[in-house]
Design a protein. Structure first.
Length: 100
């Protein structure tokens, strides 16, 4: 059985991971080395989808309970700029925080 997520769900998962890594004080390199690279490697391995796939929906549901959304923003770039302006990202700590 295969498991798929929509672009909106994928964005919710990856953006949440970015926020969490920032809150943990990880640099982009630390996050990529410790979490992202192993996760993508696991996705390439046979059986990972069957093993991990069932846990994705409960994670998405929990992220929505915590305030996330599974709906696309009408203007993702504007929302990101507004989010940065609100001070939720620190300059120099996040791969997206260039030009601070």
């Amino acid at each position: 059985m295969g498991y798929e997520v929509s672009e909106e769900d994928w964005s919710l998962l990856t953006d949440s991971a970015d926020i969490l890594s920032h809150q943990m004080g990880l640099t982009t390199d630390e996050y990529v080395e410790t979490y992202e690279t192993p996760a993508f490697k696991a996705l390439d391995e046979a059986g990972t989808c069957e093993t991990e796939g069932p846990s994705v929906e409960p994670i998405l549901e929990r992220l929505v309970e915590l305030g996330g959304s599974r709906e696309a923003l009408p203007d993702q770039e504007a929302a990101y700029i507004e989010w940065r302006a609100a001070g939720l990202l620190g300059c120099g700590r996040d791969r997206h925080a260039t030009g601070c």
